[in-house]
Design a protein. Structure first.
Length: 197
């Protein structure tokens, strides 16, 4: 039971445990496995896209299709540093997802060729690896940046008075709000400004 909040579980209700992590001990094999997972996810999302006419669902799935290609590119570039030559193999699958207007709009923005490392202290190798010509052979160059694009404002949801629930104590609610504001200030000090409500 999650009361008025979300639980740390997957869509099937299984607790997040990291059980999805796969490590064979062979780095090229593990990276290739991740390429396969991203490729399969992209294919499934293309199928889901074609199953609905809902514009909001299509726009959401289109974003996921394009980001799967970005992740596929990231693993492919990591494999290139280990000597893999992709030739004409990528992207897998060759879905021609750009035929979907919502996907084409995001591909035209180059979203499939961008990764965000969130590395503000220069210790990540992502920016060094995720650069150069895209392994997807789509004519784009890969770019990695530390800061993700500005998202939507993040606020604490208003209290929902539930049946049989007493609600939050006003002093506790003020303490939660103050804590959230302090945490946000710490994040902004490190990562830069965050969109406000």
């Amino acid at each position: 039971m999650g009361a008025q909040g979300a639980l740390p579980v997957d869509a099937a209700g299984n607790p997040w445990s990291g059980s999805y992590v796969y490590n064979s001990g062979n780095l090229p094999l593990d990276l290739l496995y991740n390429v396969m997972l991203e490729s399969t996810g992209r294919l499934q999302k293309c199928r889901i896209y074609e199953m609905t006419d809902n514009p909001v669902a299509r726009a959401t799935v289109a974003y996921l299709i394009v980001r799967d290609q970005a992740h596929e590119n990231a693993y492919a570039k990591a494999l290139e540093t280990l000597g893999v030559d992709w030739g004409k193999l990528l992207p897998i699958p060759k879905t021609n997802a750009e035929q979907f207007p919502e996907v084409k709009k995001l591909v035209d923005l180059g979203l499939q060729s961008k990764q965000y490392s969130f590395d503000l202290d220069g210790k990540s190798e992502a920016g060094r690896i995720f650069q150069g010509t895209s392994p997807s052979k789509d004519g784009t160059d890969l770019t990695a940046t530390e800061q993700a694009p500005v998202g939507v404002p993040s606020t604490i949801a208003p209290e929902r008075l539930e049946e049989f629930a007493p609600g939050l104590d006003k002093d506790l609610l003020a303490l939660i709000q103050e804590t959230a504001e302090r945490e946000l200030a710490e994040v902004e000090a490190f990562y830069g400004p965050i969109a406000k409500a």
